[in-house]
Design a protein around this ligand. Structure first.
Ligand SMILES: [Zn+2]
Ligand SMILES: [Zn+2]
Length: 294
């Protein structure tokens, strides 16, 4: 792993919405100053997206999950099994004593992730006759929250904060499908950790536009990535563009739209007039300075 880097970067492997064919399901890679790589979400196309970008699962230090929908988690089984069974370069298979990839999500999301993975991952034998002894912890080093914020309207914690190996991330309940655990992420990108007022890069996961909240964190936010849809409907669960367009200019200038539909180009001029940038597969952003690098 290389020596200390100047910045923290985020590379988008997939930048499209749930049913995107053109832009791919969501999976991004955050590379910290020490070179450690973390994935944000792991959609159903993630195994092939990583391979096409020249990475193996063994190059990934840890995984962060925002919520349990197939376009965000259906690549996880591949990640888990490949790291468990396969040795790659100098990284040993985890079943043979190699390192487990780290795993971070809000605990309510983690429960749903395990419900999704269990039919595949639970068939490990414990040597005492139990053929279904497998747990998420057999495949990932599951990180427990360092701090929690009590529930507001839902039964799960409003936020959980994780700190591990130089990464600090807050997973905060957002509004996606009513009743379903889902989180936005606040990635600490500050040099000095000030727990009360950390400098962050903000990632919406999937969720509706919370204008007051986005405005409130603007002074300490270097860059926002927001789920975006151009289609409105009753019971909206995504970031409707008209609502993004109505955000204060200071927020819009820092905001990159992602998780968009395949007909994005129809709206490009409107998007650019509003001052947004558009995330596409292969783009790389500097999470400290907020600018696009590639
Ligand atoms: Zn999604
Ligand atoms: Zn979703």
């Amino acid at each position: 792993m290389s020596a200390s880097r100047q910045t923290i970067t985020l590379r988008l492997f997939g930048a499209g919405g749930a049913f995107s064919r053109r832009y791919g399901t969501t999976c991004s890679m955050v590379t910290l100053r020490d070179g450690k790589r973390w994935l944000i979400d792991c959609g159903r196309q993630a195994p092939d997206q990583l391979h096409a970008a020249g990475y193996a699962w063994h190059d990934i230090h840890g995984q962060i999950i925002t919520h349990c929908h197939g376009d965000h988690v259906f690549g996880l089984e591949d990640f888990a099994f490949v790291r468990y069974f396969e040795t790659h370069d100098e990284v040993m298979a985890s079943s043979r004593g190699g390192p487990l990839p780290k795993y971070i999500s809000h605990s309510a999301v983690r429960d749903e992730v395990w419900e999704t993975l269990a039919p595949s991952l639970r068939y490990l034998q414990d040597g005492r006759g139990n053929l279904r002894a497998g747990t998420l912890q057999h495949f990932f080093d599951v990180i427990e929250p360092a701090a929690t914020e009590a529930p507001r309207k839902n039964p799960w914690n409003h936020s959980e904060t994780f700190e591990v190996d130089g990464l600090r991330v807050v997973t905060r309940e957002n509004e996606h499908v009513p009743g379903k655990p889902s989180c936005a992420l606040e990635l600490n990108v500050g040099d000095d950790v000030d727990p009360k007022n950390p400098r962050i890069a903000w990632w919406s996961g999937d969720g509706t536009v919370d204008a007051a909240f986005l405005h409130s964190i603007e002074p300490r936010t270097s860059i926002y990535f927001h789920d975006c849809t151009f289609i409105d409907y009753p019971g909206q669960v995504h970031g409707f563009f008209d609502k993004l367009e109505a955000l204060p200019e200071a927020v819009r200038r820092k905001l990159v739209i992602m998780h968009h539909e395949d007909n994005l180009e129809l709206y490009r001029s409107r998007v650019e007039v509003a001052g947004f940038r558009i995330a596409l597969p292969g783009h790389v952003y500097d999470l400290i300075g907020g600018q696009q690098l590639v």
